[in-house]
Design a protein around this ligand. Structure first.
Ligand code: GLP
Length: 251
């Protein structure tokens, strides 16, 4: 169904959404081997990465000419640090499929000059021809990437402060909340909206209220994901639980 310019696709459970999205990515790779993919971290995409690895192992997904750009990284965390988003992606996907290391793009949270690092990332995205398919997760507070709810949003890739809620949500990577970095580098809202196609994946009842706000509510920087309503090809893939607060026909 459609709501506020968004295409909503509803699935029985997280595994169904993940395997459908993995097949969609594999098809897109078959049509355009040089596909430029954007990826999120978090718990939500884990079944997607598992499904992509399974398709790769069956010879049904070929990443040999594809490129990837991840959304965000913690400030001060080295790429080789097991708590980094980069290490998470290495474990979940990059080390297991046939992506060329030089085609994997990541923000370096340990860069000494964050401004230069963010500018480098924007240039790399532009040089790759822009992102064809950007997969997004959803923070329970409405963030996408690390674009946190605020009075105003930043357009380009930037350094940002994390909210206490987001630091709590990321505590499992660091062992305890106090150890979660206070800042991160993230693609900006304009970087995200320039992707040619966007699929936001959200599963579980904890995301239901935020899904309602982003799909049916106003476009507001208080719910950064609501800006996806402005995109021509943005899809929201939800399981039954995450769709729980959408109206009858939206469900
Ligand atoms: C993190 C990431 C986001 C991610 C979100 C949701 O903070 N920066 O890109 O989408 O949290 O995480 P989860 O899927 O674990 O709920």
């Amino acid at each position: 169904m459609q709501a506020n310019g968004l295409t909503i696709r509803r699935f029985a459970g997280p595994e169904n959404a993940a395997s459908a999205l993995a097949r969609d990515v594999a098809r897109a790779l078959a049509v355009k081997p040089h596909l430029v993919l954007g990826f999120p971290t978090g718990r939500t995409p884990v079944p997607l990465y598992t499904a992509l690895v399974a398709l790769f192992e069956k010879g049904r997904a070929d990443f040999s000419r594809a490129s990837t750009f991840n959304l965000d990284e913690f400030v001060g965390v080295l790429p080789g640090d097991p708590r980094s988003y980069r290490a998470f992606m290495d474990r979940q996907l990059f080390d297991v499929v046939n992506l060329r290391p030089s085609h994997i793009h990541f923000l370096n949270g340990a860069a000494s000059d964050a401004v230069a690092e963010c500018a480098r990332y924007e240039r790399a995205i532009a040089r790759a021809g822009g992102i064809d398919l950007l997969v997004l997760g959803l923070g329970t507070n409405g963030h996408i990437g690390f674009n946190e709810p605020a009075r105003e949003l930043v357009a380009g890739t930037h350094r940002t402060r994390l909210t206490p809620a987001t630091r709590r949500a990321n505590a499992s990577l660091f062992g305890r909340v106090a150890d979660v970095p206070k800042e991160a580098l993230s693609m900006g809202m304009s970087t995200i909206l320039r992707a040619r196609r966007i699929v936001l994946l959200a599963t579980g009842s904890a995301k239901a209220k935020t899904i309602r706000q982003m799909v049916l509510g106003p476009i507001t920087p208080r719910v950064p994901a609501s800006f996806l309503q402005l995109h021509r090809r943005a899809e929201v893939w939800v399981d039954r639980e995450a769709a729980g607060e959408l109206s009858e026909d939206a469900r």
